[in-house]
Design a protein around this ligand. Sequence first.
Ligand code: KG4
Ligand code: ZN
Length: 340
Amino acid sequence: MERQNIYILGIESSCDDTAASVIFNGRILSNVVASQKIHEAFGGVVPELASRAHQQNIVPVVHEAIKQAGISKTDLNAIAFTKGPGLMGSLLVGTSFAKSLAFGLNIPLIDVNHMQGHILAHFIEEDDFEKPPFPFLALTISGGHTQIVKVNNYFEMDVIGETIDDAVGEAFDKSGKILGLGYPAGPEIDRRAALGNPRAFQFTKPRVKGLNFSFSGFKTAVLYFIQREVKANPNFISENLNDICASIQYTIIGILIDKLKLATKQTEINHIAIGGGVSANSGIRQALKDGEHKFGWTTYVPKFEFTTDNAAMIAMVGYLKYLEGNFAEQNVVASARLKI
Ligand code: KG4
Ligand code: ZN
């Protein structure tokens, strides 16, 4: 298809962020996210509350994205939305809103896989950011996902490893909960880890075959360790918090890096791109950088706002699908367990 001037509105509502973004030929004009603070009090995302908050947020968030882009909704060429994976109640809000808007404006509707979005966020047009060359490996790590994907092309991806239970973000958050930290605990563990000794305490790494991950055993190991130590010394956590955080983070990073080493060996691909909220972790970023001279990797880390859940990545996939004329029908349905 001949390159034209294309405006795409992206809508993301798969979990607890209501987001909308307008991109113009792959370049961001606006990227609006309303994060739902309500879940903090519950120590995790409450699906019922998430969908209700999406319903409240979606109209103002979309309105704001179009306004900040400096365009009118009639300038839009297509509406892209997250079809899945995610929480069904949350996905339904974005899906039905996108359908109605596309229908009302009489423009194409484009369904987007959220995980492809995290990966293709690397192709958002940004000055000073190098795009990974095909084929590359994508490590997507967040509160809901942990995957290693072999990316052959924009729309040809193979999941070569994934978690068989908890996501890596849950390993951070649940460990934090055991330590009495707020939700989500990842950022605080990261901050404290920088002040502690990563070798102060040892946690065994799970033994999972091949490129798959498991984090539920790790969380239990942290729980038993803390229970045992607190029995002996009730002040154990407060006296050792930074060291505990550093040791937890060190173990998690070790698990990720071991699998990446295996993946690069098996695929003979040394280009690694990361995405998802956990890729904000400074220890993980450092370990990837170290991998450049230790293992000959080239690593790609997107801007922070494109690593956490956002709609710019959804709009980006929408743009790439638009160029291929790959549109959805009005009867498209959300899919909580959508696969890549
Ligand atoms: O991608 P995201 O914003 O939402 C989804 O889960 O899809 O990721 C949130 C996750 C949470 O588990 C949070 O604790 C974790 O990312 N996280 C971090 C850091 N910043 C966010 N984990 C470790 N270190 C961080 N600096
Ligand atoms: Zn995500």
